[in-house]
Design a protein around this ligand. Structure first.
Ligand code: GRF
Length: 216
């Protein structure tokens, strides 16, 4: 697959989304190939899992220091060395500096466990329960300089049930993540999804609201 989109996945933890992306590549649901899995933590479980699958997995050294810009530079160097044409954040728990985000603008995706713009930031499942939200889910979006605020591409949506807990929501949201992230990366790989003038472009038109994947 010579023309397959080379992409990299950035993780900090277990890497279940990275594994869902790797499975989608293996099953030809994404016309792409993972050129590197990169973590800011040597002990991320996803690093070992990636290596077990024969993927190139790296740990960025600058993550040990406090300087955000240094981390961004080291990441960009590693990404370019491996020829990444798309950067997929999948549970990468570091805030990326503005220089990094600008450099990769339009080629940088994230997945967030809420129906953005609701509940940016951390502890989304708890906040959904506290707010009594009837629905919850996850969003794939282009990353811009403002945290969790870039143009949304696709949302997986579920109904919050009586008796739901943080754990049950987290498990159901993750199942949806594993569906919508490979789909979005697949769209990017075939050119259905792109970026122009600060907007997500889908099938040649600006995407005014995200594609919705509903689940019971
Ligand atoms: C996901 O829930 C994602 O929404 C958030 O971090 C989590 C990563 O999980 N950004 P995993 O490492 O992919 O299992």
């Amino acid at each position: 697959m010579e023309r397959a989109l080379p992409f990299a996945v950035l993780i900090s933890g277990r890497g279940s989304n990275m594994l869902a992306l790797a499975a989608a590549v293996a099953e030809n649901r994404i016309a792409g190939r993972i050129v590197a899995v990169i973590s800011d933590r040597a002990d991320a479980a996803g690093i070992a899992e990636a290596r077990r699958r024969g993927l190139i997995a790296l740990v960025v050294e600058a993550a040990r220091g406090a300087d955000r810009a240094a981390l961004g530079k080291e990441l960009t160097a590693a990404l370019e060395r491996h020829g990444a044409g798309l950067v997929v954040l999948a549970g990468f728990m570091r805030i990326l500096d503005a220089g990094f985000v600008r450099h990769w603008q339009g080629r940088l995706l994230n997945i967030h466990p809420s129906l953005l713009p609701a509940h940016r930031g951390l502890h989304t499942h708890r906040r959904v329960l506290e707010a009594g939200d009837p629905r919850h889910g996850c969003t794939v979006h282009f990353v811009t300089e403002e945290l969790d605020a870039g143009p949304a591409i696709i949302q997986g949506r579920l109904v919050v049930k009586p008796g739901d807990t943080e754990q049950s929501l987290s498990a159901r949201v993750q199942q949806l993540e594993h569906i919508i992230y490979p789909r979005a990366v697949g769209w990017f790989a075939t050119g259905r999804l792109g970026w122009k003038d600060g907007k997500a472009i889908f099938d040649g038109r600006p995407l005014e609201s995200p594609v919705i994947e509903d689940s019971p």
